[in-house]
Design a protein around this ligand. Structure first.
Ligand SMILES: Nc1ncnc2c1ncn2[C@@H]1O[C@H](COP(=O)(O)OP(=O)(O)OP(=O)(O)O)[C@@H](O)[C@H]1O
Ligand SMILES: [Mg+2]
Length: 280
């Protein structure tokens, strides 16, 4: 059951609404909003918020790493410890896909693989981005340190932790018949330590059914990818990139077709149920 969140409203992120409970605690309310290419879409995906909330809780409880979660509150609420977030999105990729494939194709990154869409990388690749209000941009480890986002020691720690979490999650994915293609984590500072924050669900990763995996084509994806693919197919992505380059306002995103909404909702629920072994 969706509960009315308590606390004082702080702000709405793209997906979560944030409430302040006290000086040390926030309440995240996971909505059904969906964003793609850093734009919030006018359609919502039924039960997406509940999946992200409860699946995040599952990962926090079972990964065995320090995290910010205190407790679940109802179906869409999570009480967390307030942190000072590190302004870096810690992306790790096991496969040449999405924006990494595009950047690799343009020669912006060099990797020891052939230019084949969805090719498995010889080893997971740490591919951090900035956390931006407008659009997250790739950033190097050297830039992270130079810009004062993290110290060199913190950068190394967070990178190792990101790899370790990816490995754990990918092992569990493999056991469930999936491939964890990539993953985005956020860390924050709390009591002088760097700990895992934010959320971990199909908004934060790409999950491919292993039996359908084949390099050289776009993959069936149990996450937000069908939404991105549809926006690309109707030309919205191109329009958005052009507007951004020209410094123009974001063009209004289109409503998603109902069959796509149903497909994505079903896939989010499927991923939750597969990993937790529970019915949503
Ligand atoms: N423990 C925490 N304490 C404070 N902030 C947190 C914590 N965990 C995550 N956050 C931040 O809360 C926000 C979560 O909301 P959501 O994911 O919807 O926002 P977003 O749109 O991705 O981010 P933003 O609004 O910053 O661009 C993010 O900015 C995230 O970095
Ligand atoms: Mg977010």
């Amino acid at each position: 059951m969706a509960m009315k969140p308590r606390g004082a409203f702080v702000r709405s992120g793209k997906v979560k609404d944030i409430y302040k409970i006290d000086d040390n605690h926030l309440l995240f309310y996971f909505t059904d909003r969906v964003s793609a290419f850093d734009v919030v879409l006018p359609s919502t995906i039924p039960r997406k918020g509940e999946v992200l909330n409860k699946l995040s809780a599952y990962w926090f409880e079972t990964l065995g790493v320090p995290h910010h979660m205190v407790a679940l509150e109802g179906s869409n609420g999570m009480l967390v410890k307030t942190m000072k977030m590190i302004p870096v999105e810690c992306v790790v990729r096991g496969y040449l896909y999405g924006s990494l494939f595009e950047r690799f194709s343009k020669g912006e990154v060099s990797l020891p693989v052939e230019r084949v869409l969805a090719a498995k990388l010889p080893q997971p690749y740490f591919d951090p981005t900035t956390k931006s209000e407008v659009k997250d941009e790739p950033i190097t480890e050297a830039e992270i340190v130079r810009e004062g986002r993290m110290t060199a020691a913190e950068t190394a720690e967070v990178k190792n932790s990101t790899f370790a979490i990816y490995e754990t999650m990918n092992r569990r994915a493999a056991a469930a018949g999936f491939i964890l293609a990539d993953l985005k984590l956020e860390f924050g500072r709390r009591d002088g330590r760097v700990i895992l924050g934010d959320s971990i669900g199909p908004d934060e990763f790409r999950m491919w059914p292993a039996d359908k995996y084949a390099p050289g084509k776009s993959q069936d994806s149990y996450d937000k990818q069908p939404v991105r693919d549809w926006l690309i197919s109707v030309g919205y992505r191109d329009k958005l990139e052009k507007a951004r380059k020209a410094g123009e306002p974001v063009p209004p995103p289109p409503l998603l077709p109902q069959d796509l909404i149903d497909l994505v909702s079903g896939r989010y629920i499927h991923i939750y149920e597969t990993f937790t072994g529970k019915k949503l």
